[in-house]
Design a protein around this ligand. Sequence first.
Ligand SMILES: Cc1cc2nc3c(=O)[nH]c(=O)nc-3n(C[C@H](O)[C@H](O)[C@H](O)COP(=O)(O)OP(=O)(O)OC[C@H]3O[C@@H](n4cnc5c(N)ncnc54)[C@H](O)[C@@H]3O)c2cc1C
Ligand SMILES: NC(=O)c1ccc[n+]([C@@H]2O[C@H](COP(=O)([O-])OP(=O)(O)OC[C@H]3O[C@@H](n4cnc5c(N)ncnc54)[C@H](O)[C@@H]3O)[C@@H](O)[C@H]2O)c1
Length: 509
Amino acid sequence: MSASTDQTFDVVVIGAGAVGENTAERAGRTGLSVAVVEDALVGGECSYWACMPSKALLRPGAALAAARGVPGVAEMLTGELDPAPVLARRDTFTSHWHDDSQVSWLEGAGITLIRGRARFTGPRTMTVTAPADGDGSPLTTTVTARHAVILATGSTPVVPAIDGLDPSEVWTSREATSVTDVPASLAIVGGGVVAVEMATALTDLGTRVTVVARGDRLLTSSEPFAGEAVAAALTDLGVDIRLGTEVTRATATGETGTRTATRLHLSDGSTVVVEKVLVATGRRPATTDIGLDAVGLDPEKPLAVDDAMEVLVEPDGAGTGWLFAAGDVTGRAATTHQGKYEGRVAGDVVAARFGPEGARGPGPGGPDAPDARTRERSAARWSQFRASADHRAVPQVVFTRPEVSSVGLTEQQARDAGLAIRTIRYDLASVAGASLVSDDYAGTAQLIVTTDTRVIVGATFVGPDAAELLHAATIAVVGEVPLDRLWHAVPAYPTVSEVWLRLLEEAGL
Ligand SMILES: Cc1cc2nc3c(=O)[nH]c(=O)nc-3n(C[C@H](O)[C@H](O)[C@H](O)COP(=O)(O)OP(=O)(O)OC[C@H]3O[C@@H](n4cnc5c(N)ncnc54)[C@H](O)[C@@H]3O)c2cc1C
Ligand SMILES: NC(=O)c1ccc[n+]([C@@H]2O[C@H](COP(=O)([O-])OP(=O)(O)OC[C@H]3O[C@@H](n4cnc5c(N)ncnc54)[C@H](O)[C@@H]3O)[C@@H](O)[C@H]2O)c1
């Protein structure tokens, strides 16, 4: 469904990424009319240039490594990964960069899709500019929200200026995840999540990869042992990792065979010649170029939101009363799952606050429970109307080999927060279930436990399929489950999850 004339809806969501889609669906649950404005593909970054294609590129290498660790199977594996079917499978996960199925989903959910770029002209009102059909001028319409606007505009890559490097020539994660012509060599600038995942994926495809990271380790937001394990594994794969190093300038080297090449000059005096340069130096919330100044907000400053995901107006921090935000644009946590969680909260709050009196709305509660508006008005921390997990219970998985999964605080973050903690670690390879998975299984599990309340405030797992160990830890952190009670959650034998028993024994139980 698309709109071509000026229109008014109860709620307008700007951005139809994973977060905007979820938000819009929840906002409509008390009967409000909802439109979502999208400038590009419905489904956003995650579906086409981030989570899905990157994980599709990483999965074959992980499957191959897993099989290589099992005698009887390993002997059957005589070749290398074939890039063509890997890329073809990736293309199916991105629906060949077509959004028809996601548009159908929006239609099925009763949400109006307006194609074009939104820009505020005042509170609750925006222009939406769509590219012209044929050779006409762009089509601009006015879209107004009766009650609320929810920003879900995502984030954009930060590309630092490097002398001699044309920003239009470098790869960002978009070009890396949608690669068709696999480069012979690639330099990745940055040592964060995109850098390590793409270093793994491109190495699997046959590219010679150099990582140039200015930090003294990779994955600086994670526990040090995680970044060290990933660096060691990448080095074993043949990746050249330069830590504590920056690119000072770049020069073109002309042709190498049929392909152009760039020479990067590094701060340690060395140089590296590569076919492509991937800049993976972080992302910034997409707040510029949407007319925030027209509604009294500074587009250059991070949005301030409360736990109801309502945008606050600095300096006094009062709520706008009509503007909400969720996902990458908030700068709170840049992952799809956490953004969708924020979107569910924002959508539920909007549905409750602006829906008709007496509407039940989404959420638990029997037929006698108060209506959504009453429940939202008295909402406390950990209610469905407050994004409480954003503060100390955010999970993330880095899909490298080994995988890194974590939730909550790192040891350093817990100490900085003034918590009295102890750190408990266990070697995953010593768990019977892990040794069955693979002969060369290696990994580490770590819990951060408070010494007074004896609850888990942080957990990190490093190892094959560490992603699947994470949710148990997330439940323990969110539920603030004391160790003495966790003792009764008995892991099945022989699974990798038996590490939970070992960790609790290490904790003194
Ligand atoms: C390479 C890579 C891999 C990743 N892998 C994972 C992963 O495995 N797991 C995970 O959880 N997270 C992952 N992430 C993070 C994840 O992609 C983001 O957190 C997620 O996409 C954010 O969703 P969003 O809806 O907030 O923003 P987006 O997906 O960016 O969607 C925002 C949408 O808003 C639209 N828009 C913006 N401005 C306007 C406007 N003015 N008018 C109209 N439309 C507009 C954009 O076109 C876009 O479609 C990865 C990120 C990268 C870069
Ligand atoms: N599996 C996942 O959940 C997943 C995967 C990929 C990306 N993401 C999300 O996408 C976002 C972007 O990822 P990212 O890796 O680009 O960011 P990041 O913040 O994880 O890492 C950025 C890296 O770039 C370095 N850096 C920053 N500025 C630099 C500069 N001027 N010169 C050299 N190095 C510089 C930093 O030191 C850091 O190592 C992250 O927030 C991440 O959570 C998530």
